[in-house]
Design a protein around this ligand. Structure first.
Ligand code: SF4
Length: 343
């Protein structure tokens, strides 16, 4: 699956799910908001197996994004979950910090992951480059491309005029031509679960938030409505941003809650009350405002508003999506290597 297809599906409610496999990570990137270390915990494998086991041909996400922490610390689990997902028709993508790239050869377990998933993405940014040299990441990319693996880079910089972004994206194009699509974003949120497929940038008052379209399996197994790091980490997880628990709930129930919640419909169509994510997380402190949102977002009118908002974002396409949620001047790099006529 091409990166373009993943981003194109990002505004569609329940078209995908973001799944954190572990909080643990062997790297020490300065911008890691989860502050991951090798002492951190893995997500309960039994809960993940159970949750993936509820995907079916009739009710499944199209895409499952496997993130962390560093998901390739659990390569056998990635392969296993990718197999279960594929049997139901769900494609998988994995995002790694590339800790293994410093070795002369790609380790066998990583190659098995690359063969099992449908998309393989590596993080590159100034912080990662202090841990894993760019040349090593490029060597891995070249070998994966030779094997026919669909790859991409997730590049993060400080903003549109960050010279690092201009330099690294030009370097990728020199090395690979248009064969490696890139998701370029700004280091506003962090943590790979938050950053994958764009992060919440809803700092404007009343800006509709497409980040409330894909459920997220958090480090503690909770399923949240969005990828805001405070919410994923559980530091602020109000009821209106909870969808369930991977150890107890199935995909059909989680998707139905995401679709039918009047408050989530309002977040996706009109935006949370003033203050973007901060206002959204605090919404529950104002029961009157929350009740008003419930009234507006419930029933056929709420469903229609939600449907129309999604339709417009899908029609605008992935480049338009990344002009809003990524780093605008680099949004078109999501299309690199995409063949016209392919999805
Ligand atoms: S906290 Fe609210 S506004 Fe922020 S990403 Fe989550 S759903 Fe969107």
């Amino acid at each position: 699956v091409h990166l373009r297809e993943i981003i194109a599906a990002r505004p569609v409610v329940g078209a995908g799910v973001l799944v954190t496999l572990t909080r643990r990570c062997p790297l020490h990137c300065a911008h890691c908001s989860t502050g991951s270390t090798m002492g951190d915990a893995h997500v309960d494998a039994a809960a993940l197996r159970r949750f993936f086991g509820t995907f079916s041909a009739d009710s499944r996400p199209d895409i499952a994004m496997l993130t962390g922490g560093e998901p390739l610390l659990r390569p056998r689990l990635v392969v296993e979950l990718a197999g279960v997902a594929r049997a139901a028709g769900t494609r998988t993508a994995v995002l790694t910090g590339g800790f293994f790239a410093r070795r002369a050869t790609i380790p066998g377990p990583v190659l098995r992951v690359a063969a099992a998933v449908d998309h393989f993405s590596i993080s590159v940014d100034a912080f990662h480059e202090r841990e894993v040299p760019r040349a090593d990441v490029f060597r891995v990319l070249a070998r994966l491309l030779d094997r026919g693996v669909a790859v991409s880079l997730h590049v993060v910089g400080t903003g549109a005029d960050d010279p690092y972004l201009a330099e690294v994206t030009a370097g990728v194009r020199r090395a690979f031509g248009a064969r490696v699509p890139m998701l370029v974003s700004e280091v506003r949120a962090a943590g790979r679960a938050a950053a994958w497929a764009a992060q919440a940038t809803t700092t404007d008052a009343a800006a509709p938030c497409a980040m409330a379209a894909w459920p997220v399996v958090a480090f503690d197994g909770a399923v949240t409505a969005c990828c805001n790091q405070e919410v994923v980490d559980g530091r602020a997880r109000p009821d209106h941003l909870r969808l369930g628990d991977a150890g107890q709930d199935g995909w059909a129930a989680v998707r139905e809650r995401a679709l039918a919640s009047p408050v989530l419909r309002m977040i996706r169509t009109l935006g949370p009350p003033g203050g973007g994510c901060a206002g959204c997380r605090r919404w529950g402190e104002d029961p009157v405002a929350l009740e008003r949102a419930r009234e507006t977002g419930s029933g056929p009118v709420g469903a229609l508003l939600d449907w129309e908002s999604t339709r417009r974002q899908v029609a605008a396409g992935p480049v338009a999506f990344l002009r809003r949620y990524g780093c605008p001047p680099y949004a078109d790099l999501v299309e690199a290597g995409h063949r016209p006529g392919a999805p």
